[in-house]
Design a binder for this molecule. Structure first.
Ligand SMILES: NC(=O)c1ccc[n+]([C@@H]2O[C@H](COP(=O)([O-])OP(=O)(O)OC[C@H]3O[C@@H](n4cnc5c(N)ncnc54)[C@H](OP(=O)(O)O)[C@@H]3O)[C@@H](O)[C@H]2O)c1
Length: 299
């Protein structure tokens, strides 16, 4: 069994750490807010006061943190994991959704230290992380991916290998931009239906049963119609905005059009600017209502 450092015990990290522990791996956990590591310690994880301390004497280091700024800190900050004494070939497995620019910079630093970098953003919500059912979008050398294979078994039933380092993040950003477009388009359509005097439950059922009924539409239309607020956050509006902006930036870097992606980013920006960034992405419907001076139908 492997010795693992895990940086970031947020919604996604919690589930992945528990899966790694259940598979018998030894896991040292660092989280900026130490209290979140308590339930993990009760299940056998070791507490680490810094990323550097977590990374001491391990075979692999995973990270799942919010954004570029957090990733930069946990890897290359003064107490970052890469300042630890790491044996050559240690696997560095970055599972956060980050900008393509930062992933390439980080991978360069990791490789220059004689370590192996696996670009491994994930798809699936916190429930999928907890049940070991994430999809992994990997960019890595084939040999490095094979070396990480046993560590991926407890957390994923499907690994997509898109190519070299950077390809996993590129696909993840393209995939999430498409997801953001679907959620934003649905919110817009629901607000239009509301304006036409249509019952949102009926609209949700019709959208879900028609050609419009993608898993995003099925999931979010029901939540939007229900109108519940303040549910446990699976994926926040702020997270949607972050991923959309990284996705639009990647498209621009590639010289490709992202006009629809920019519109989706704008919708989530409206949500964040209204102070709703920490709420679930479904609540973006309230930002669109506010934009036309219509109140929310909260229950
Ligand atoms: N939620 C989803 O459905 C989902 C799905 C796929 C991928 N993702 C991606 O997975 C990653 C984690 O998402 P999540 O849902 O677990 O987010 P989360 O619950 O908000 O957790 C974020 C984590 O990042 C840490 N963090 C934030 N800023 C930091 C900083 N400046 N320094 C050190 N640590 C910092 C947080 O520490 P504290 O606990 O101290 O705040 C926490 O451990 C993100 O990149 C997200 O885009 C999420």
């Amino acid at each position: 069994m492997a010795k693992i450092a895990y940086l970031g015990a947020g919604n996604m990290g919690q589930g992945m750490i528990l899966r790694l522990l259940s598979a018998g791996h030894k896991v040292a956990v660092y989280n900026r807010s130490p209290e979140k590591t308590r339930p993990l310690q009760e299940r056998g994880a070791n507490f680490a006061a810094s990323p550097r301390a977590a990374a001491e004497d391990v075979d692999a280091i995973f990270s799942s943190v919010s954004d570029d700024q957090a990733s930069r800190l946990v890897w290359t900050g003064p107490e970052g994991a890469l300042s630890s004494k790491l044996p050559p070939q240690t696997l560095v497995i970055e599972c956060s959704t980050l900008s393509h620019d930062w992933v390439m910079e980080l991978a360069g630093i990791v490789v220059s230290k004689g370590l192996r970098y696996i670009d491994c953003p994930v798809a699936g919500r916190p429930d999928a992380a907890a049940s070991g059912d994430l999809r992994l979008f990997v960019g890595a050398h084939e040999a490095d991916l094979n070396a990480a294979g046993p560590l991926f078994q407890p957390i994923s039933k499907k690994v997509f290998h898109f190519g070299p380092v950077g390809a996993g993040t590129a696909f993840k950003l393209i995939y999430n931009l498409m997801g953001a477009i679907q959620v934003a388009a649905l919110a817009e359509a629901m607000v239009q239906a509301e304006g036409a005097g249509i019952d949102l439950h009926v609209a949700a059922e019709a959208f879900s049963n028609g050609f419009t009924g993608s898993p995003h539409v099925i999931r979010h239309s029901a939540v939007m119609a229900e109108g519940k607020r303040g549910q446990a956050v699976a994926f926040s509006g702020r997270g949607r905005l972050k991923d959309s902006l990284y996705g639009v930036h990647l498209a621009e870097k590639l010289g490709r059009q992202a006009e629809i992606g920019k519109a989706a980013a704008h919708v989530f920006e409206q949500m964040v600017n209204l102070g709703m960034g920490a709420a679930n992405d479904s609540e973006v419907i309230d930002a669109l209502r506010a934009a036309v001076g219509v109140g929310s139908h909260s229950q």
